[in-house]
Unconditional design. Structure first.
Length: 414
C-alpha cells in the first residue's frame, strides 16, 4: 500500500467522519494518538488538519440526509480520509452507507492486513504464523445490490425474462423466489489483481492467492480466476510465476520439469500466483496459515475471509481496513467493526481498529516514522497485558483499561 500517485503537503487536510454509536469515542482516540505521533516524529514540521464531515445518524439529525453530497465531495476533493463505524438506515434510504461511499468514489480495493500482536489471546496454537493482506474487490459481485424481492412486479418480470427469453428451468419455486444478479467483470478483476500483485512485488512477498468459488460459479468466480491468471502471465511475466503455467508444464513436459520451473522462479524471487477454492482456503488458513501472504478475492468471499482471519488473531477490534482506488489515489480508511450502540458512551470501547487503520493512512501518506511509532506503542501495551476490557480479559494477568486510559497510555509511550 502506498500513496505514490499523490502529492502530500506537510499539513494535509484530512476529512473525517466520527461515525455512530461508539464512533465519536474511537475517532477521538484515533485523532489524539495520531496528533501525538506526528508531532513527536516531525517536531512540528508536519501536522494533520482535521476536517469533520457528516454521515450516518448525525448527518440525518442535522440535515435530513444520511450521506450528504458535501461529504462525498470532500472525500473526493481531498483524496484521503478516515471514518468511524456508520449505522445503516433500516427499511429506508441507502442500502449501506459504507457500500455507497465505496461505489460513489470507485474505491475498488478493500484492503485488510491481518497480523497477530504478541500478548493478544488467539484461538490458534501458533497465531504468529498468520500474516496476510487481503485485497477484496469492492464494487462488484453480490454487493452491487442488484436484487428484487419475492412477490414484487420486478421479480415477476425478471423471472419471465429468465424462463421465456433465456430458457432457465432451474428456479424451483419461482412465485416465492427473490432474485439477485452477480456481476463480475474482466476489468474489475484485472485492476484488483493488479493491485495485489504490485503490492506483493513491492513488499517482497512470496505469493498471491486468487480465492474463488469457480468450481460452481464458472463464469463469474471462474472468470475471476482465469482473468487473474491472464493478467499475471501477460502483464507481470517477469515478476511472477503462475500455478496455471506449472500445470501446463506438467501436461506438456512432466512434473519434474514443472518442479524445476517452480524452483527456479522461487530462486529468482518471483511471486508465485496460485488459486484456491474459497471453502478449502478457509480451512487451510486454520491449518497452514503460513502458506498465504497476499489474498485477492471477490466481494462476498472477502467479507467472510476478512472476519475469519481477524478472529484468528484476536478479533475485529484490532482489524484495520482501507478502501482504495490505486488509479486516482482516493483512499478512505475506516474502523472495521460496527457501531456497538450497547456500549456507546461507556468509555470501554476498543479504539484499535480505527487507530491501526490510521496507521495504514500514515503509511499511505508516506509518514512511516509516525506510523511505526503508533504500532510500537500498541505492541508494547499488549505485551504488558494492558488493553481495553475486550482484550485484557483474555490476557494472562491482563489489566483492563478504559478507552481514555488506553489512549493516554499510547500517547505517553509515543
Amino acid at each position: 500500500m502506498n500513496g505514490d500517485m499523490i502529492s502530500v503537503p506537510d499539513n494535509p487536510t484530512i476529512p473525517f467522519i466520527e461515525g455512530d454509536g461508539v464512533g465519536p469515542e474511537v475517532t477521538r482516540a484515533m485523532r489524539a494518538v495520531l496528533d501525538a505521533a506526528v508531532d513527536k516524529n516531525y517536531g512540528g514540521g508536519r501536522r494533520i488538519e482535521w476536517m469533520e464531515q457528516l454521515a450516518g445518524g448525525k448527518a440525518f439529525e442535522r440535515c435530513g440526509n444520511w450521506l450528504p453530497d458535501e461529504t462525498l465531495e470532500s472525500f473526493r476533493d481531498y483524496l484521503v480520509g478516515i471514518k468511524g463505524p456508520l449505522m445503516t438506515p433500516v427499511g429506508e434510504g441507502i442500502r449501506s452507507l459504507n457500500v455507497a461511499m465505496r461505489q460513489t468514489l470507485d474505491l475498488y480495493v478493500c484492503l485488510r492486513p491481518v497480523r497477530w500482536f504478541p500478548g493478544v489471546a488467539s484461538p490458534l496454537k501458533e497465531p504468529e504464523k498468520v500474516d496476510m493482506v487481503i485485497f477484496r474487490e469492492n464494487t462488484e459481485d453480490i454487493y452491487a445490490g442488484i436484487e428484487w424481492q419475492a412477490g414484487s412486479p420486478e421479480a415477476e418480470k425478471f423471472y419471465r425474462f429468465l424462463s421465456g427469453e433465456m430458457g432457465v428451468t432451474k428456479v424451483r419455486f419461482p412465485e416465492s423466489s427473490s432474485f439477485g444478479v452477480k456481476p463480475v467483470s474482466r476489468e474489475g478483476t484485472r485492476r484488483l489483481v493488479r493491485a495485489a500483485i504490485e503490492y506483493a512485488v513491492k513488499n517482497g512477498l512470496p505469493t498471491v492467492t486468487l480465492v474463488h468459488k469457480g468450481n460452481i460459479m464458472k463464469y463469474t468466480e471462474g472468470g475471476f480466476r482465469n482473468w487473474g491468471y491472464d493478467l499475471a502471465e501477460q502483464d507481470f511475466a517477469a515478476q511472477t510465476y503462475t500455478v496455471r503455467t506449472y500445470e501446463k508444464t506438467v501436461k506438456e513436459a512432466g512434473r519434474e520439469a514443472a518442479e524445476d520451473e517452480l524452483m527456479q522462479a522461487r530462486a529468482q524471487g518471483k511471486v508465485i500466483v496460485n488459486d484456491a477454492i474459497a471453502d478449502a482456503f478457509l480451512q487451510n488458513t486454520l491449518l497452514t496459515p503460513e502458506k498465504y501472504s497476499v489474498i485477492a478475492t471477490l466481494n462476498l468471499n472477502g467479507d467472510y475471509i476478512s472476519d475469519q482471519l481477524a478472529a484468528m488473531v484476536g478479533g475485529i477490534g484490532i482489524a484495520p481496513g482501507a478502501n482504495i482506488n490505486y488509479t486516482t489515489g482516493h483512499a478512505v480508511f475506516e474502523a472495521t467493526h460496527g457501531t456497538a450502540p450497547d456500549i456507546a458512551g461507556k468509555n470501554i470501547v476498543n479504539p484499535c481498529s480505527i487507530i491501526l487503520s490510521a496507521v495504514m493512512m500514515l503509511e499511505y501518506l508516506g509518514w512511516r516514522e509516525a506510523a511505526a511509532a503508533v504500532t510500537s506503542a500498541i505492541e508494547a501495551s499488549f505485551r504488558r497485558g494492558r488493553a481495553t476490557g475486550d482484550l485484557a480479559r483474555f490476557m494472562p494477568g491482563g489489566q483492563a483499561l478504559s478507552t481514555g486510559e488506553f489512549t493516554r497510555q499510547l500517547i505517553n509511550a509515543i
